[in-house]
Ligand binder design. Structure first.
Ligand SMILES: Nc1nc2c(ncn2[C@@H]2O[C@H](COP(=O)(O)OP(=O)(O)OP(=O)(O)O)[C@@H](O)[C@H]2O)c(=O)[nH]1
Ligand SMILES: [Zn+2]
Length: 382
């Protein structure tokens, strides 16, 4: 078939379609979205949550606060907001950081929350200022029962415009480029938590703009885009985003394919950067080659066909991709650390090329990545 954007969609005679069986699985639409709100201590997370809860948006939002406490078994407030009326209940999330607790008690807490479905249609989770969102995000893909009732809508990171530069400049205690791949990597702090929270963000709220000059604000903005070139950045005072839907809620960051990379500034932050690679549309028979390339890069931290003399030592925090596949459904790639998935795109993309964006540490030059990717796809044809 010729590739033609203007070709009319093929008409299907609905009378000949098989009648759909009663789905055993719950339909995707009935899953409840969760937005994770992260950001360093005092960046304005609670201020944002309060702002959202008092604004009109027609949603009933369950809020889970995971304030960092040092006493054992503190109870956590759960607030459901409906028509400006708040009902606060108490919910136990367990002690310690959310990344650990979500895996055990936190999963149970979310499950018990889901037992009261219908009382809310959105979940907002505020992590502690010290939590690494890279540990939280994949839970919603990995935990089957949770994943069938909740989907991750996006990660929103609050940044304190006044303090962020200092936080990013803090020397990392350890200088190895990539450490072991266990699920407690945050225990060996190779990077500042501020880097982690920015690199995993789908949206960055650059808050406390009132405390800095225009020039300082621009410098911070550049720095942030250098670390994460794909996240949308909104500048705010007291976390007051221009709107809520599409900015904080309903981001669809893990099922959408639109991403623009902020150009330039690629070497401002020495620790983490964003690079992107592109490729002409591929055939569906080449998708396994992409899968193999991703496994090598994300699981083995090995770039296929990289220069023998100086293979890059890297660590990828976040990766998104779109594969344009003319002879099959387009594919979306989503990865957080080593967890990744290649999924069918909901709709065929307007894009005419495949694109992969990587955010991580020690990535080096984009050309090396581009070459590696090209060579793997080329080899898959031979
Ligand atoms: N000047 C100024 N102060 C702000 C702004 N946003 C929040 N604050 C203040 O900063 C303090 C911390 O805000 P929170 O919303 O509690 O921050 P947080 O991220 O929830 O903090 P933790 O939960 O302790 O990590 C509060 O006193 C807020 O009133 C802002 O844009 N400008
Ligand atoms: Zn932990």
């Amino acid at each position: 078939m010729l590739e033609d954007d203007d070709a009319p969609p093929e008409l299907v005679d609905v009378s000949t379609l098989p009648v759909e069986q009663d789905a055993v699985e719950e339909p995707a639409q009935s899953r409840v979205p969760i937005t994770i709100v992260t950001g360093y201590l005092g960046a304005g997370k609670t201020t944002l949550l309060n702002y959202i809860l008092t604004e009109k948006h027609g949603k009933k939002i369950a809020v889970i606060m995971n304030e960092f406490g040092d006493s054992t078994d503190i109870e956590k407030p759960l607030t459901v907001n409906q028509d400006g009326q708040e009902v606060t209940e108490w919910m136990e999330v367990g002690n310690g950081c959310i990344c650990c607790s979500v895996k055990d008690t936190g999963v149970m807490a979310l499950e018990s929350l889901m037992g009261r479905r219908g009382t809310f249609d959105y979940i907002l989770l505020e992590t502690t200022g010290l939590a690494d969102p890279g540990n939280i995000a994949p839970i919603f893909w990995m935990d089957e029962s949770l994943g069938s009732s909740i989907y991750l809508d996006g990660i929103v990171t609050l940044v304190d415009a006044k303090n962020i530069s200092k936080l990013l400049d803090e020397p990392s205690p350890e200088e190895t480029v990539h450490d072991d791949h266990d699920d407690h990597r945050h225990d060996s702090p190779t990077l500042s938590m501020a880097h982690m929270q920015i690199s995993h963000a789908d949206v960055i709220i650059l808050n406390k703009a009132d405390l800095v000059s225009e020039t300082e604000l621009e410098a911070v903005r550049d720095r942030i885009s250098a670390i994460n070139g794909v996240a949308r950045v909104h500048v705010t005072d007291h976390s007051k985003t221009p709107q809520i839907e599409g900015v904080v809620l309903d981001l669809h960051a893990y099922d959408a394919v639109d991403f623009d990379i902020t150009k330039g500034h690629s070497h401002i932050d020495p620790a983490i950067s964003t690079i992107s690679i592109t490729h002409a549309p591929i055939s569906s028979s080449q998708v396994p080659a992409v899968d193999a390339w991703l496994r090598s890069v994300l699981w083995e931290c090995t770039l296929p066909n990289s220069p023998q003399d100086k293979p890059p030592r890297f660590d990828i925090h976040r990766l998104k991709g779109l594969l344009v596949v003319p002879d099959g459904p387009d594919k979306i790639i989503q990865a957080v650390r080593e967890i990744f998935e290649i999924r069918e795109a909901q709709a065929s993309s307007e894009s005419r090329e495949c694109k992969i964006v990587l955010i991580g540490r020690g990535l080096g030059e984009a050309e090396v990545w581009q070459r590696s990717f090209d060579e793997c796809l080329q080899a898959s044809l031979e």
